[in-house]
Design a binder for this molecule. Structure first.
Ligand SMILES: NC(=O)C1=CN([C@@H]2O[C@H](COP(=O)(O)OP(=O)(O)OC[C@H]3O[C@@H](n4cnc5c(N)ncnc54)[C@H](OP(=O)(O)O)[C@@H]3O)[C@@H](O)[C@H]2O)C=CC1
Ligand SMILES: CC(=O)C(=O)O
Ligand SMILES: [Mg+2]
Length: 759
């Protein structure tokens, strides 16, 4: 970890308030009445209901969705026994991952207790509080005793993440690695470095999947685990002891098909890798430094399939791909345990998700080829939005089939839809676009390269490998602001500065601009001045001439002026009549899109049809199915105003021209959101459920709806996203934040990469 990254990590944890999570009420507490319902006397009714029927706790309290992440701090990541207090950032980290990926609430509990028995009785007493227990970073062999005893004593799922979360993801990755190499699990020879919590649980699960125990050789800090060894042995290790004279990892690695590392940094040497079997699989999973770095292994064996626990290499084998989702499935059916059937269901769901041909929507969202199954894509990325939707139902079903579900699910399709809703409610919307951008960063020109927010966003883009920023502005101003802001990117290496006062390409740009604008009342002198002073004109010309791949403007100055410049220089795509925008609003109630809040003043019926189809494509690019409502003051013909007629006409044309789209109108906005309200007015609508894309009759209506929702809804917005331009260009608004710029940049780069691939 570089010093700079360490500082960033500390700042992330410290500001704007210490730590990574808080507790938030889920019920109104605004007045006396709320208070008397929430607390005394109303709370008494809830207590008595639970007293009469314990199952009521799942309906009247947060218990059924509440997990304890419990540790004693004895095996924290690869740091070892650093104690409970120093482990708290990791436990808060697990808590926020539970929340973010699976909407599970967590209390992190760091317990000062080294004695296994005392720890067991402390945790066992917590059963009334929690729906599940996630044991974390407890060292072997105590972790085995602790988990076994708690599973026995408690009637809720108890799951040691480092054992089983790791085992599940390792088993999925091994299953798929063998699919790639064509080897059968019965023939695999495995050498394992590490004989702790994670390693032994992985081996147990691989044996359940068919790997012969006699094909496994385990090594630990004292070398090979052999029959008759005394030093550092316990009964769990002894289960893998081999009759052998070999004593070191170096002695046993020859001809191994699979190396599993869950131990310590750099224990696997290049010379050992050289002696492994053909097509060796190397899972070097110690965190944060693996048993061997992928580039070192690759140097000696080009035929190796390599995985690590880290996010900066392909094939991240990390238990984050498992624990949020296995608990989601278990909690949703009120499972009393997480048993083998549930673990195997999770293995299969993860392995198959990577194998699956991505759906059309997901391919669009990820932009094409990168998520194809193969040696560098054995398991899904931790940000794959499908993980929740695939793993949780598989686990829930397995719990039901094994008879340990107190609250079985009747309608799995409805459950799946509920999970999909959550994925798109949680801000996961941008994730596929970030992944896509990271895979093929492009030259992204910023028209306002001197703007402080642009500079901070550029630094983030460089740090994250999302884009190669091109900053239009005065180099001296940019450099001095970078210094003031403490930014580290280097001009000429990480970013390119286009000097507005002196760039050799401007002569050529000037003629190009004059040719475009000559008949629009712009004189040659005015054209020359524009190319020297107007960053949006310069950035647009760069994209048009291929000197940049895409652009963003608008952080300073009026939106319409920027839009006009982009319209003149870049123009509309073939067959498109006018530019429009779509804005995504990520609200607690879900993700919704508004079209058009910024560009198209009063679209004609023809423009509405065009906007709707382009907006539907953009929604699909986020991996969502567009469900479209043309909204109006009129509800299915109740009014005959001019805007109502335009919307009606557009719907008629859309039904004729694009029968594949789920679109209807004209309708009230509440009817668009509620099937019930819609059915009361017009039960035959083509729209089913709630709309997520709202086509507006005018920019006024669009902008008002957007700004009201943004403020009152407490959401974040992404956009405006320009649709219909001939090249990837976006005009942001003056109020944009650094985060907003980074989001728009990822979107622009992802769009550019996807377009280039399609061509
Ligand atoms: N990628 C992922 O998802 C996960 C990764 N891990 C990583 O796996 C590692 C182990 O974690 P965990 O099982 O929880 O911890 P444990 O403390 O339970 O086990 C550690 C094991 O590694 C062995 N070991 C330590 N140093 C060496 C060495 N130099 N050579 C060979 N073996 C060694 C220990 O040997 P001995 O028994 O002799 O003490 C012990 O068997 C950590 O780096 C952790 O970050 C863990 C969970 C998930
Ligand atoms: C990933 C994890 O749980 C660990 O390294 O301990
Ligand atoms: Mg852990």
């Amino acid at each position: 970890m570089s010093k700079d990254f360490q500082e960033q990590a500390l700042r992330y944890h410290r500001d704007p308030r210490p730590g990574k999570l808080e507790i938030a009420p889920t019920k109104p507490l605004a007045n006396q009445r709320d208070l008397s319902l929430a607390y005394s006397p109303g709370v008494g009714a809830a207590c008595q209901a639970i007293l009469a029927d314990a199952e009521e706790a799942a309906r009247l309290t947060a218990r059924a969705n509440l997990v304890a992440v419990v540790t004693n701090g004895t095996a924290v990541l690869g740091f070892g026994n650093i104690g409970p207090l120093a482990s708290k950032p990791v436990m808060e980290g697990k808590a926020v991952l539970f929340k973010k990926f699976a909407n599970i609430d967590v209390f992190d509990l760091e317990v000062e207790e080294g004695d296994a028995e005392a720890f067991i009785s402390t945790v066992a007493r917590l059963e009334p509080t929690f729906g599940g227990i996630n044991l974390e970073d407890i060292k072997a062999p105590e972790c085995f005793v602790i988990e076994e005893a708690l599973r026995e004593r408690m009637n809720i799922p108890v799951f040691h993440d480092d054992q089983h979360g790791t085992a599940i993801i390792v088993a999925a990755a091994v299953t798929n690695a063998l699919r790639v190499t064509g080897k059968a699990i019965e023939d695999v020879r495995l050498v394992c470095s590490g004989a702790g919590a994670a390693a032994l649980a992985c081996l147990d699960l691989l044996v359940k999947l068919g790997l012969p125990r006699e094909h496994i050789t385990v090594t630990d800090i004292d070398g090979v685990v052999y029959a008759g060894r005394d030093k550092g042995m316990d009964r769990w290790k002894a289960a893998y002891a081999r009759e052998t004279d070999a004593r070191t990892l170096d002695d046993v690695i020859d001809g191994a098909d699979l190396f599993l590392g869950l131990s310590a940094p750099n224990v696997l040497k290049p010379d050992m890798v050289r002696r492994m079997a053909d097509g060796p699989v190397i899972m070097a999973l110690a965190n944060p430094t693996p048993e061997i770095l992928p580039e070192v292994a690759r140097e000696v064996r080009s035929d190796a399939i390599i995985a690590t626990g880290r996010s900066d290499y392909p094939n991240q084998v990390n238990n984050v791909i498992c624990f949020p989702y296995i608990f989601r499935g278990a909690l949703d059916v009120g499972a009393s345990d997480i048993n083998d059937a549930m673990k195997l269901a999770a293995v299969e769901a993860i392995a198959n998700l990577a194998m699956d041909e991505p759906s059309e929507l997901v391919t669009k969202a990820y932009g094409g080829t990168e998520s194809r199954f193969g040696a560098d894509y054995l398991i899904p990325s931790p940000f794959d939005p499908r993980l929740l939707v695939r793993i949780a139902p598989a686990v829930a079903r397995a719990a039901m089939n094994s008879g340990i579900a107190a609250r079985p699910i009747n309608d799995f399709e409805a459950y799946r839809q509920q999970l999909i809703q959550f994925v798109y409610k949680s801000g996961l919307l941008m994730k596929p676009l970030f992944e896509r951008a990271r895979q093929s960063p492009r030259r992204l020109a910023f028209a306002e390269g001197e703007d402080r927010r642009v500079l901070q966003a550029a630094q983030e883009l460089v740090d994250e490998g999302l884009a190669m920023p091109v900053l239009v502005g005065r180099p001296s101003v940019i450099e001095s602001r970078m210094g003031e802001l403490g930014l580290r990117m280097r001009s000429g290496q990480d970013v390119t500065i286009v000097d507005v006062d002196n760039d050799p390409r401007f002569r050529e740009y000037h003629s190009a601009y004059q040719a475009i604008m000559g008949r629009r009342g712009v004189s040659p002198d005015e054209a020359k001045a524009a190319v020297r002073t107007n960053g949006t004109v310069i950035a647009s010309l760069m994209v048009r001439k291929g000197d940049a791949d895409c652009m963003i403007c608008g952080s300073v100055g009026k939106f319409r002026r920027h839009l006009q410049d982009v319209n003149h220089v870049i123009g509309v795509a073939p067959g498109v009549h006018s530019l429009a925008t779509i804005t995504a609003l990520i609200l607690p109630a879900g993700t919704f899109f508004i079209c058009d809040s910024h560009a198209s003043i009063e679209p004609t019926a023809e423009e509405l049809v065009e906007m709707t189809t382009m907006a539907a494509d953009q929604v699909a690019a986020f991996g969502m199915t567009p469900k479209i409502a043309l909204v109006s003051r009129s509800n299915f013909g109740t009014m005959d105003t001019e805007p109502a007629q335009r919307m009606r006409e557009a719907v008629k044309r859309l039904h004729a021209e694009r029968p594949d789209l789920e679109v209807d109108g004209e309708m009230h906005a509440d009817a668009a959101l509620s099937q019930e309200i819609r059915d009361a007015a017009y039960p035959d609508s083509r729209l089913q459920g709630a709309a997520n894309l709202f086509i507006m009759p005018s920019v006024d209506a669009g902008h008002i709806a957007y700004s009201l929702l943004k403020v009152l809804g407490g959401g974040v917005s992404v956009g405006p996203i320009l649709i219909g331009a001939d090249k990837p260009a976006h005009v942001v608004t003056q109020s944009i934040t650094v985060r907003g710029l980074v989001n728009m940049s990822a979107l622009t780069v992802a769009q550019t990469a996807a377009t280039a691939e399609a061509e």
